[in-house]
Design a binder for this molecule. Structure first.
Ligand SMILES: Cc1cc2nc3c(=O)[nH]c(=O)nc-3n(C[C@H](O)[C@H](O)[C@H](O)COP(=O)(O)OP(=O)(O)OC[C@H]3O[C@@H](n4cnc5c(N)ncnc54)[C@H](O)[C@@H]3O)c2cc1C
Length: 308
């Protein structure tokens, strides 16, 4: 952690006074909090449980001049083996409230997107079926504008409640979030999502369930869900499919240590067991170089890097 006037120890005390003793973990292994199951320790791992705590934790880190990173479910994240010298603000572990008002579902940022999708189905609301297999938090999904099978967060998001970098809390309409392919103002403006309201439509529960079952079947058939990964490792390059380029480059199964390009779906880098973050990074780098050498296309990771 970068030292400042107040230093890390006083900051830890300050954070404990905000979120309570049990919600501040020291040297917490990030392999426990990422779907790749790799990554070294974070200096401090803090779990706020309501929007006010999130705001106060962010302010305490900023005042102490200590770096912080907002974590959802860690399903799109590669943390280095050295870990993170700062504070992980684990929004995805707290903030689990949900309220329903007619066809609108408001989820706090830590709610699992799959659970939001399931809940919508049970309520006979259509629009969130695409999300039934995306293992991220609602906050992370807004950050990434997560999507699958022709649906994405932008299609159903009404508004978000966010903490702004200046410490204010604001409600922003989805139309003002500049949501695009794996892109949003949440990411570009450093906003922290506290909750999101999805505007859905009434639908036939049986049809909703059938579509979700079909999407799950497609995922299970095509994706290596039995192994730790962060889903599609690379963004879709303009005019191409990352998986096809990787396959055509002859890289399926390419392995470094315990990490490899999946033999089931070339777009996934997987942890075969015992991978280090460096192994994963080395596979990513080789794939980028080799695809560029063969096809002149530089693949850009979709996975976020932390602590490198
Ligand atoms: C098996 C598998 C399948 C997947 N399939 C898909 C898919 O079909 N489509 C798809 O889009 N993605 C998919 N993903 C990737 C991933 O689930 C999504 O990108 C998801 O939205 C990430 O959410 P998260 O909570 O895990 O975010 P994290 O990995 O925790 O963080 C990702 C980024 O979001 C930021 N963030 C997280 N929470 C907040 C918040 N509350 N406020 C502000 N910023 C925040 C973080 O700072 C970080 O920069 C898949 C992943 C896996 C492992």
């Amino acid at each position: 952690m970068s030292e400042s006037d107040s230093g890390p120890e006083p900051l830890a005390w300050r954070l404990r006074s905000i979120v309570g003793e049990r919600n501040v973990l020291v040297d917490e292994p990030m392999s426990e909090h990422t779907t790749f199951r790799v990554g070294g320790p974070a200096d401090l791992y803090v779990i706020p449980e309501d929007p006010g705590e999130v705001r106060d934790v962010l302010a305490a880190c900023d005042e102490a001049g200590v770096e912080r990173f907002v974590l959802g479910r860690g399903s799109d994240l590669l943390v280095s083996d050295e870990g993170y010298r700062g504070v992980i603000v684990a929004v995805g572990d707290g903030l689990m409230g949900v309220t329903v008002d007619g066809t609108e579902i408001c989820c706090q940022a830590g709610v699992d997107l799959r659970e939001a999708s399931e809940m919508a189905c049970e309520l006979g609301l259509t629009g969130l079926e695409f999300a039934c297999g995306i293992p991220g938090s609602v906050g992370g999904a807004c950050f990434m504008n997560a999507g699958a099978y022709d649906g994405c967060v932008a299609d159903v998001l009404g508004s978000v409640r966010v903490a702004c970098p200046d410490g204010s809390l604001e409600t922003i309409d989805a139309a003002d979030l500049d949501l695009g392919y794996r892109r949003s103002r949440v990411a570009s403006d450093g906003l922290v999502v506290l909750s999101a309201t999805f505007s859905l439509r009434r639908g036939d529960p049986e049809k909703i369930r059938a579509w979700m079952d079909e999407l799950t079947r497609r995922r299970e058939e095509k994706q290596p869900l039995e192994l730790p990964s962060a889903g599609s490792t690379f963004k879709r390059p303009e005019g191409h499919f990352a998986g096809k380029l990787i396959m055509d480059a002859g890289l399926m199964g390419y392995q470094v240590g315990g990490a490899a390009v999946s033999k089931k779906h070339a777009g996934f880098v997987v942890n075969l067991g015992g991978a280090t973050a460096s192994d994963v990074r080395a596979v990513i780098a080789h794939v980028q170089d080799e695809v560029e050498r063969q096809f002149g296309v530089r693949l850009e990771p979709e996975v976020r890097m932390l602590g490198w």
